[in-house]
Ligand binder design. Structure first.
Ligand code: KIV
Length: 340
């Protein structure tokens, strides 16, 4: 580094030239390319001393805190949300966000929006396939959609549902199916409907190194046994399921369609995070079906959904406009055509 550049910078930083010189020697010892980066940055940005200060910290501190500047420079991916992240969020009282995705572009958008967890729910049976329940969804379909979603994400924890009746068969079948999902989708966790009755299966999954979230309250795979999609009001049942799931090693508990005071009780009594849907505001996190909250669906929308957009109307307008342009012959224009 030449002294004409280093001297003004050292005075700007309130450092002795001698100190700065020794820092630069240490920087250079990290490698000629790094040293050259410093030199060219200093030449081009001598007034941008904030950058220089950050670089000095990188040299001086063995584990300096990551800065936005540094991350951008190194083209680093954001760190993945893990089970530990979610546990620490609960401890700190930070709310966890979770939304569903079933395809690559939606998952990419949600990941870039910094949604903490993306759930490849078996709700895809109703949302994507137009069926009336989640029961017909197969393991292969979950893997097909889970793989696209996991591939689209860098930051979010991707959780794939175990479809009916995977969680209700023998424990070895449950573990084998969940392992298959983990291997072929590269997701980070699975979700299983059930609590107390599925405790042994949850324990076996966790022992196999498969992070598992238990889904209690309204369990859509048991819709016929429950007599429909109804609010679940049995406090003893809910707490038994919640505690059994926690004791079996579930890293979180998803609570669907229960009165807010029950979800509050479970949230207070569990050390693992609770994620609510139709369960009021007291859970550690909230999940919604993305298509419902974007207004990108057909048919029934539950009372607990907040609509953040009306994509269906927007898309319908665009489709009608396209038809009109085609009929009038105004699409494609010369700019939308290849020159001869
Ligand atoms: O399958 C799913 O998408 C779900 C959510 C409704 C929580 O379980």
């Amino acid at each position: 580094m030449d002294s004409q550049v280093a001297v003004p910078i050292s005075s700007h930083l309130g450092l002795e030239w001698r100190d700065l010189n020794s820092l630069i020697r240490r920087a250079s010892s990290l490698g000629e390319r790094l040293a050259e980066n410093y030199r060219s940055w200093i030449r081009q940005n001598s007034e941008r001393t904030e950058f220089w200060r950050i670089q000095l910290r990188i040299v001086l501190e063995p584990n300096p805190p990551k800065t936005k500047f540094q991350r951008h420079n190194m083209n680093e991916k954001p760190p993945r949300v893990t089970v530990k992240t979610l546990q620490s969020m609960k401890r700190k009282g930070q709310r966890i966000s979770m939304l569903t995705a079933y395809d690559y572009p939606t998952a990419k958008m949600l990941d870039e929006a910094k949604v903490d967890c993306i759930l490849v729910g078996d709700s895809l049976g109703m949302v994507v396939q137009g069926k009336t329940t989640t029961i017909p969804v197969t393991l292969e379909e979950m893997i097909y959609h889970g793989e696209m979603v996991a591939r689209a994400t860098d930051r979010a924890m991707v959780i794939v549902d175990l479809p009916f009746p995977v969680g209700q068969l023998s424990i070895s079948h449950t573990v084998e199916s969940a392992a298959n999902i983990m291997k072929r989708t590269q997701c980070q966790a699975v979700k299983m409907e059930g609590g107390h009755q599925q405790a042994a299966a949850i324990r076996a999954l966790v022992d196999a190194g498969i992070p598992t979230i238990a889904h209690i309250g309204l369990r859509p795979q048991s819709v016929h046994a429950l007599g429909g999609y109804r609010v679940q009001r049995d406090a003893d049942q809910l707490m038994t399921d919640a505690k059994a799931a926690e004791q079996s090693g579930a890293f979180a508990v998803l609570i669907e369609c229960v009165p807010p005071d029950l979800a509050k009780l479970a949230t207070e009594q569990l050390s693992v995070p609770t994620i609510g849907i139709g369960a009021g505001p007291h859970c550690d996190g909230q999940v919604l079906v993305t298509n419902d909250m974007l207004g990108w669906n057909s048919g029934y929308v539950p009372k607990f959904v907040r609509r953040y957009a009306d994509l269906r109307s927007e898309a319908a307008k665009a489709a009608m406009q396209f038809c009109e342009d085609v009929q009038k012959g105004t699409f494609p224009s010369a700019e939308e055509s290849f020159g001869g």
